[in-house]
Design a protein around this ligand. Structure first.
Ligand SMILES: Cc1cc2nc3c(=O)[nH]c(=O)nc-3n(C[C@H](O)[C@H](O)[C@H](O)COP(=O)(O)O)c2cc1C
Length: 288
């Protein structure tokens, strides 16, 4: 019997579906009493993987059979030729892949990951799960029974986990607290872009600023769906370089007017939230 109920949940996700599913699974495991984080593969310190005993991987396939951006480093590391074939002997794992069978390289990433983990000595506790977006019930058609199997197998290693008495409490991934600082900055930095501040760029490749040039409703006003044709204009003097299969992520920003309105609403309702207060965001999990 194993006493440290640690289960690592890692994801590789391009457009957040795998991340959302990984977080949902992680919440279920928390309610059951498991410890350990949910993280993007590239945010996880991979040198620790040799010490892990149980892990669940959720990964999608993007491009033409490519890994999502937030698991590229992790995957490159796993592919190193000098890794001994017993590197991951301690690890027991499950891989659930998200894909779309209309692509020729259906669920390529999950298949490759599953195979490589075995090559490195890890033991799958159940078959690879291959979710298909084309299924009438979407990913859930495969995901739900796969997860049920995964949990019932993992329970055999942890008989103390009370799977029958699942509490219904919500377990958040993030803990957010307000730090009421003094206003030293005279508002100067409040409108700075958190993604691009001081020339910094986030980990997404080749980020660019765009302005909305046109935003036209294409469906009739009387129709219940509001479908838009949005035209974006590159703000910088640069040409966009892209090829078929590339993914374009848009991160909208709130306008200054909207932000000002929000703080006016706080003020009107006597809510003590000022623009210069800071938010501290921490992961709630207890495992590192
Ligand atoms: C641009 C693009 C390329 C894709 N390429 C593949 C592919 O090669 N093989 C596959 O099985 N699914 C492919 N898919 C389907 C995605 O894997 C599927 O929609 C998945 O749910 C996306 O998960 P994510 O949001 O976590 O990235 C692709 C989807 C998009 C949008």
């Amino acid at each position: 019997m194993i006493n440290t109920e640690r289960l690592l949940v890692l994801y590789g996700s391009q457009t957040f579906t795998a991340q959302e599913i990984a977080e949902r699974i992680w919440r279920t495991t928390k309610v059951l009493g498991f410890k350990g984080p949910v993280q993007a593969m590239d945010d996880y310190s991979i040198s620790k993987l040799i010490h892990e005993e149980f892990a669940l991987f959720v990964c999608s396939t993007t491009g033409q059979g490519d890994e999502p951006d937030n698991m590229k480093r992790f995957w490159k590391f796993l592919l190193r030729k000098n890794l001994p074939s017993n590197s991951l002997v301690k690890l027991k794992f499950g891989v659930i892949g998200l894909g779309d069978s209309s692509y020729t390289k259906f669920n390529f990433v999950a298949k490759k990951l599953h195979k490589r983990l075995i090559q490195l000595g890890a033991t799958p506790i159940l078959d690879l799960g291959l979710c298909d977006y084309q299924h009438d019930l979407g990913h859930d058609a495969i995901l739900s029974p796969w997860l049920k199997d995964f949990l019932s197998i993992i329970k055999t290693y942890f008989p103390n986990i009370p799977t029958d008495t699942i509490k219904s409490s919500f377990v958040p991934r993030w803990k957010v607290s307000l730090i009421k600082t003094e206003n030293h900055e005279n508002g100067a930095t409040f409108n700075e872009d958190i993604y691009f501040r001081n020339g910094r760029k986030d980990h997404f490749l080749d980020t660019s600023y765009f302005e909305v040039e046109k935003n036209i409703r294409t469906t009739d006003e009387t129709h219940f769906q509001d479908v838009r044709l949005i035209t974006l204009k590159v703000c910088e003097d640069k040409l966009l370089d892209y090829k078929p299969g590339d993914v374009f992520n848009i991160r909208p920003r709130n306008s200054k007017e909207d932000v000002d309105d929000l703080f006016d609403i706080f003020d009107t309702h006597n809510l003590d939230i000022k623009p210069y207060y800071r938010l501290k965001v921490e992961q709630c999990h207890d495992g590192k």
